[in-house]
Design a protein around this ligand. Structure first.
Ligand SMILES: *Cc1c(COP(=O)(O)O)cnc(C)c1O
Length: 369
């Protein structure tokens, strides 16, 4: 359901051309110019269908999602796509992978054994990906498990290994020592498993040096405008614009509290604009007294706590005629970027995007819209 623009408290615009140009930049930056786009969680909250079509049109053929349901939704949108599932191989779902023609990422020796037993019953080799954990300690075969698999010539019988992958824990911090450690381990992994494509770098890894690239990049966040290297200026184009509507403007005396808990105290006679979005829409509560909006050339601070449906901004310094009920304020966009919002909220751009709520009116612009 898309809330009507007239009724919604805020409008979310997604620029599909920006997604396509970010994708192209990532592909140029990756030495092998080979990418598989990661579009899990409804394409990072931006809408699976328009995003998938845009990336397909931009030339992307291989996609990673997290779960089988996401793969099923994507299969309906892109019948020809090469679809891989990162973490959703659960008991009883194997036949669905075959029915949907999607490739599981095998993360444990048990999954490999289960899948090998299934593969034996098939007339052809079955496509799988192998995920080795090179130091994140989250998901994938341990180095020891991977070595054991590699030493046993029967362990991958019946498989056509498509991708051998690992994931960097600290790629957004280039100087972190774990990056080199993981890369060296992944080189070992590729000696054990030289088949298929080696895939190592996600968004941030693509902007490390080419020794991190191997064959296939797996970017998600940067496609959607998140800065892959937060310590540097962003090379990516902003993809979303979120505009909230002002519902009321009020004058408040000096030494008054604003919002729940009265956590903001006015230090002067202030004008407060109340905007119709809140943490119920994914405008994070941690932006209370920390976030900012952008109104007709003026950056205005969030004052007081963000509530479920409302945010209060101090607009005292904005010319009076610009601030009125019905006026729009940029909550996220080119002036207050996803990365700015993330920093103010004490989180990352990924969480800002995937938190975006269902109550916004959503519009898509760009050639593939
Ligand atoms: C989410 C994910 C990606 C994409 O990462 P970004 O940082 O969004 O580019 C790549 N690989 C794996 C295993 C992931 O879970």
């Amino acid at each position: 359901m898309n809330v009507s623009g007239k009724r919604a408290g805020a409008i979310l615009s997604v620029n599909l051309d920006a997604i396509a140009s970010n994708y192209t930049l990532l592909r140029k930056t990756h030495t092998q110019q080979a990418l598989a786009a990661v579009i899990k969680e409804d394409a990072y909250g931006l809408g699976l269908e328009p995003v998938a079509r845009t990336l397909w049109k931009a030339g992307n053929r291989m996609f990673f999602v997290a779960f089988l349901d996401e793969a099923e939704a994507l299969r309906k949108i892109l019948p020809e796509a090469d679809i891989h599932v990162l973490s959703g191989f659960f008991e009883g779902t194997a036949e669905d992978f075959f029915a949907l023609d999607v490739v599981p990422v095998l993360n444990t020796p048990e999954e490999i054994a289960t899948w090998r037993a299934i593969a034996k019953k098939k007339s052809q080799k079955v496509r799988v990906d192998l995920h080795v954990d090179t130091g994140m300690n989250r998901l994938g075969l341990t180095m020891k498990e991977a070595e054991t698999v590699a030493e046993n010539p029967h362990s991958l019988e019946g498989f056509d290994v498509s991708v051998v992958m690992s994931h960097l824990a600290c790629a957004d911090t280039p100087e972190h020592a774990l990056n080199e450690t993981q890369r060296d381990r992944f080189e070992t992994v590729r000696k054990w498993f030289p088949m298929g494509q080696g895939s190592f770098a996600a968004s941030s890894g693509i902007f490390l040096d080419p020794s991190y690239h191997f064959d296939l990049g797996r970017p998600g966040a940067a496609v959607f405008g998140v800065n892959p290297q937060p310590e540097n200026p962003s090379p990516m184009t902003q993809v979303i614009e979120l505009k909230g509507k002002i519902v009321q403007v009020r004058d408040v005396d000096t030494h008054q509290g604003v919002g729940y808990g009265a956590t903001h105290r006015t230090r002067r006679k202030s004008r407060i604009a109340t905007v119709t979005a809140g943490y119920g829409d994914g405008y994070l509560r941690s932006l209370s007294n920390k976030g900012a909006g952008y109104l007709s050339g003026h950056t205005v601070p969030v004052v007081g706590r963000v509530s479920m449906d409302l945010i209060t901004f101090d607009v005292t310094d904005v010319p009076e005629k610009l601030v009125h009920a019905g006026a729009e304020i940029e909550l996220i966009g080119t002036n207050v970027t996803v990365d700015d919002v993330a920093e103010a909220a004490g989180t990352n751009g990924y969480e800002v995007l995937t938190a975006l709520g269902a109550r916004y009116h959503r519009t898509y612009s760009g050639q593939t819209a």
